[in-house]
Design a protein around this ligand. Structure first.
Ligand code: SAM
Length: 429
């Protein structure tokens, strides 16, 4: 029992949050992870606990009268049949030893991850992708979750050197959507059956925490939709208030775990503070999103391996992996974009290492090649974020150049091309 983990399945989201809070109040360590496919829809989140805490947790929930639907064992994923004689001399012994670990459900070490990211042997690359796809299927199923994003302000007080909406970029026209404009888009997403709205902006002081709270309350009242915020660094108290008023998920990408590169591209951010923010989000019970940018200046494969280990160790639930794309008017405007193949490989290796997580097939990938979202879905990704920013503003949310439009039509195209399933909740014609 000691080495096993268990998943507590709630009746609904409010129930899941109550279970999490009740256990945390009694000092039980919990983790929020996407539900395995057999427990219902993939939007569901379950509470993970250690085997050591199973009996105590049951007792606490009973004593506090907190209902739950089920408790199931979180099985270590063993993948039979990865290694067979057909691999023969096409793969190295080092690769075979990494595969053995994956077969047994053992943790990979940094040098294993570096190997998977670096190898150019065609057979090894094939096996990496097929393994990632198999793990995706077993862990989160075949449905590709579709979320709607509204980029509601491109004002930003930060100077991230890669980002096209950084404070110093005079070549971008600034806009700030009103509450009415945002709610109109939310209503249309709700009508389309979409369950999660992502509210993203630059770090805009006029969109104060109080103002965001009013907005999320209004969204909850009229639609009950899940809300993902992507509004940058705030204090713990602010994250707490946002959560208490209805925010469910938060996206705050670490961008890179190489401290030196982090400092160079974020002149006004502190690496430790960024990590602290992410830890607060986790402590507060958010579904915690992070991610990285592939192709930042000076970044090595070893750094990307470090990013993947960070996602695993921090228990990140949603991992956005996108290529760097230069943006006009920024200090990095003349650099080449990040490598598409390496980005897709990073998706695959992240799925192999982090297993039960949401991995979007990112807009940045879609912006470099029409089919790149399909490749990422085939490499382990399982969500797509639609861009629902009204047309009059869309062109000004220019975080990078030639940002592609991901709409319902292109998402359906990508999902159908992979032979995967669209969510049953979606209404589209
Ligand atoms: N301000 C919020 C924050 O910092 O988390 C959210 C907005 S920020 C523009 C959203 C994401 O855009 C960042 O996390 C970053 O990964 C991505 N991004 C910005 N500029 C980019 C670029 N030139 N290439 C690739 N990704 C970029």
């Amino acid at each position: 029992m000691e080495n096993k983990d268990f998943l507590i399945v709630a009746h609904n989201t409010a129930g899941m949050l109550l279970i999490n809070k009740t256990l945390q109040n009694e000092n039980i360590n919990t983790d929020l992870v996407p539900a395995p496919p057999q427990t219902g829809t993939i939007c569901a989140i379950v509470v993970k606990i250690k085997g050591n805490d199973l009996e105590a947790s049951k007792g606490i929930l009973e004593k506090e009268n907190v209902p739950y639907r089920d408790i199931i064992e979180d099985r270590k994923l063993k993948l039979q049949g990865l290694i067979d004689e057909k691999l023969g001399i096409a793969v190295s012994n080092e690769f075979l030893s990494v595969l053995k670990k994956i077969e047994n459900g053992d943790e990979l070490e940094r040098n294993d991850i570096v190997y998977l990211l670096k190898t150019d042997k065609p057979k090894e690359v094939d096996v990496i992708f097929s393994t990632a796809d198999r793990i995706r299927k077993e862990m989160v199923g075949d449905v590709v979750e579709i979320r709607g994003a509204i980029e509601f302000s491109n004002y930003c007080c930060k100077s991230c050197s890669y980002c096209g909406i950084n404070a110093g970029n005079r070549s971008v026209a600034r806009y700030r959507m009103s509450e009415e404009e945002i709610l109109k888009v939310v209503d249309s997403l709700h009508e389309a059956g979409i369950k999660t709205v992502i509210l993203q902006s630059g770090e805009d002081p006029l969109w104060s925490t109080e103002r965001i709270i009013k907005l999320i309350r209004a969204i909850k009242e009229r639609t009950g939709m899940r809300i993902t915020l992507s509004v940058g660094e705030r204090t713990k108290a602010e994250y707490e208030e946002l959560k208490a008023n209805g925010a469910d998920n938060f996206l705050l990408k670490i961008e890179t775990t190489n401290r030196k590169i982090f400092k160079e591209v974020h002149p006004d951010d502190d690496y430790d503070r960024r990590i602290q923010c992410s830890k607060w989000l986790k402590e507060l019970g958010y579904i915690n999103g992070s991610g990285n940018i592939i192709g930042l200046p000076g970044q090595e494969i070893e750094d990307i391996a470090g990013d993947i280990m960070y996602f695993k160790e921090m228990g990140i639930n949603m991992i956005g992996i996108g290529p760097f794309i230069p943006a006009k008017g920024t200090p990095l405007e003349h650099l080449p974009h990040g490598d598409i193949k390496l980005t897709v490989r990073t998706v695959a290796v992240t799925r192999i290492v982090c297993k039960k997580v949401y991995i979007p097939s990112t807009t940045a990938l879609a912006s470099l090649d029409k089919d790149a979202q399909v490749w990422a879905l085939n490499a382990g990704a399982n969500t797509i974020m639609l861009i629902n920013t009204p047309e009059i503003y869309r062109g000004s949310y220019r975080i990078y150049d030639n940002k592609n439009m991901v709409d319902m039509e292109s998402a359906i195209y990508a999902v159908r091309k992979t032979g995967r399933k669209l969510p049953a909740y979606l209404r589209y014609s």
